[in-house]
Design a binder for this molecule. Structure first.
Ligand code: ADP
Ligand code: MG
Length: 239
C-alpha cells in the first residue's frame, strides 16, 4: 500500500449492528507523535472505532492500517505486539488485589522476572501512585483506579495508546492530573488517540480533533478550528 506518515489509518471503515450504522465510511489518520481527540455525542460511534482498532470488533467494511501495515484481520494480541494498547471506557482492574499485583498481571508477560519490579515501579511513579502500591484497589479513589488502568495499558510499551474517556467521572483536580499525565505520556513519545466529550478537557491537551456524529466524520481540525466551526457548535457544543 502507498506510504503515509500516519501511524494509524482508518480507511473507509464501517461497523453495522444489524440495521444500525454505528460507524459509517469513516476515514481517520492519526499522525505519529500526535495527541488526537475523537469527540462526539453519546452513541456517535467513538468506542466502536476503538474496539475495531483493537480487534474486539471486526469492521463491516474498510481497512485499518498501523505503521502502513494492514492490521484489519490481526488478532488483538498481535496488535498489542505491534504496539497498540488501550484503556477501555469500563475499568478492568482487579478490585480485591493490590495496585502492585494488578500491575504485575499486566506487565509480567512483557518483562523478565529481573526487570519486572523496576518496570512496575517506574510506571507507578509516572502515574503518581507509588505510595499506593500495596493498597487494595477497591480502596482507591475513582481517579486513582483510572490511572492504574492507564498504567496497566502502558505495560506493553505501546507506540499508540487509545484512551476511552480517561477523565470520565473525575472531579476538577483529578481531571487536571489526568490531562497532565496524558501530556507527559505524549512527550515521552507515545502517540495518543483519546475519546472525550468535555470540550474544556479536550482544549487543554488535544492538537487535532475529529468530531463524530451518527457514525460519520462531521468535522476535523485543530481545537481552534473545531471550536469556531458553526456546524459543530450547532450539533454539539452549543447544547
Ligand atoms: P460512543 O462511544 O460514541 O458513545 P458507541 O461506539 O459505544 O458510541 O456506540 C455507537 C452505537 O452503536 C450506539 O447506538 C450503540 O448503542 C451501538 N452499539 C455499540 N456496540 C453495540 C453492540 N455490540 N451491539 C449493538 N449495538 C451496539
Ligand atoms: Mg463510548
Amino acid at each position: 500500500k502507498d506510504h503515509s506518515s500516519a501511524l494509524l489509518e482508518l480507511r473507509d471503515v464501517g461497523k453495522y449492528f444489524g440495521g444500525l450504522k454505528a460507524v459509517d465510511h469513516v476515514n481517520i489518520s492519526v499522525n505519529e507523535g500526535d495527541l488526537h481527540c475523537l469527540i462526539g455525542p453519546n452513541g456517535a460511534g467513538k468506542s466502536t472505532i476503538f474496539k475495531m482498532v483493537m480487534g474486539v470488533y471486526k469492521p463491516t467494511m474498510g481497512s485499518i492500517y498501523f505503521k502502513n501495515k494492514n492490521i484489519t484481520n490481526l488478532k488483538s494480541w498481535d496488535r498489542v505486539r505491534q504496539g497498540v494498547s488501550i484503556k477501555m471506557q469500563i475499568p478492568g482492574v482487579f478490585g480485591e488485589l493490590t495496585v502492585y499485583e494488578n500491575m504485575k498481571i499486566a506487565a509480567q508477560r512483557y518483562y523478565r522476572h529481573s526487570e519486572l519490579k523496576n518496570k512496575i515501579l517506574e510506571i507507578c511513579d509516572l502515574l503518581g501512585i507509588t505510595h499506593l502500591r500495596d493498597e487494595i484497589v477497591n480502596n482507591l479513589s475513582h481517579g486513582q483506579q483510572q490511572w492504574l488502568e492507564i498504567g496497566m495499558s502502558l505495560a506493553s510499551d505501546p507506540e499508540l495508546l487509545l484512551l476511552d474517556e480517561p477523565a470520565a467521572g473525575m472531579g476538577p483536580e483529578e481531571t487536571n492530573f489526568t490531562a497532565e499525565l496524558i501530556r507527559k505520556l505524549n512527550q515521552k513519545g507515545i502517540t495518543i488517540l483519546f475519546i472525550d466529550h468535555d470540550m474544556d478537557f479536550v482544549k487543554k491537551i488535544a492538537r487535532k480533533v475529529t468530531v463524530l456524529h451518527f457514525g460519520k466524520t462531521f468535522a476535523e481540525g485543530s481545537v481552534e478550528e473545531i471550536e469556531s466551526n458553526q456546524d459543530v457548535v450547532d450539533i454539539y457544543l452549543g447544547k
